[in-house]
Design a protein around this ligand. Sequence first.
Ligand code: TXA
Ligand code: MG
Length: 310
Amino acid sequence: MKFNQSNIKKAKKYLDQNYCIGVPTETVYGLAGNAYSNKAVKNIFKLKKRPANNPLIVHYLNINSLKKDCLINNSFCKLHNKFSPGPITYILKLKKNSKISKYVTNKKKNLAIRFPRHKVFKELLKSLSYPLAAPSANISTKLSSVEASDVKEEFGSKVKLILDGGKCNIGVESTIIDLTSKPTILRLGGLDISRIEKILGKRVKININPKKKIAPGQSLLHYSPGIPLKKNIKKAKKYEAFILIKKRNVTLNNYYYLSKKNNLKEAAKNLYSCLRKIKNKGFKSIVVEKIPNKGMGKVINDRLTRASKY
Ligand code: TXA
Ligand code: MG
């Protein structure tokens, strides 16, 4: 359903009644519900088939609404000033009297929070008196959604309303930084770590594949198209879908391009839709050429590695 004020009202009505809806963000689509409501939050877990111990990100309009629920610190203020709203998620300590449903964090004391930049999400938050818990809008471990039609494909009529905000601009999930102790990156994403380090004035720890999982989303199988995928391949067989980073002189039916000119930002934006297209074409396997491991290329490689653990 295309975005306009009357659809925002409709969305609010559903959310007020503890239903979940699909919402666009600048990273990927979210499956959103009232973060203060046990019923709404339980509903999100059920729809996604998500294990109860995998906590959700809560989305706020601004820092004022956040202060009721979380303790903020210096690093948070610096990063928030520079990068929010935008593709960065912060892990903060929950306040004792916070109204966040205990199911969001599985009764843990830390909360992942984010300020989305997408106009439609912001309009929606403005109309609500509560923040929105919103994981990526896909069945657990499957491909994230970057268009309203992807959300429909994942959940069918189980989701009552999907706000259509067009194709997501960034196309991969937010970068997650834990600020409850020494700043630590838990997930690579839409915001480059070098920019974070510049603002904090120091190197940050990176812990995206820990032995002891901090976030279940760090588990290796994730972002899966549901068919085998191999990375760093030079040539494809005819029956394999071949993902390439830039246009070739000769193009075959099984060739899929992430970008016209080897642009890694454009490639990240197209990654999930390309994988989804291939899956829907009925290919039985995917091979991907080597993607440069710099900038957004690192994020693409991270997602492809997890997608390959099929
Ligand atoms: O870009 C995004 O972040 C999208 C959009 C919709 O905002 N959301 C998203 O949510 O990617 P989700 O649920 O698919 O991924 C959230 C990740 C999971 O890996 C989860 O384990 C981790 O964040 N996470 C959530 N709460 C956490 C916490 N308190 N501590 C550590 N990790 C947490
Ligand atoms: Mg996800």
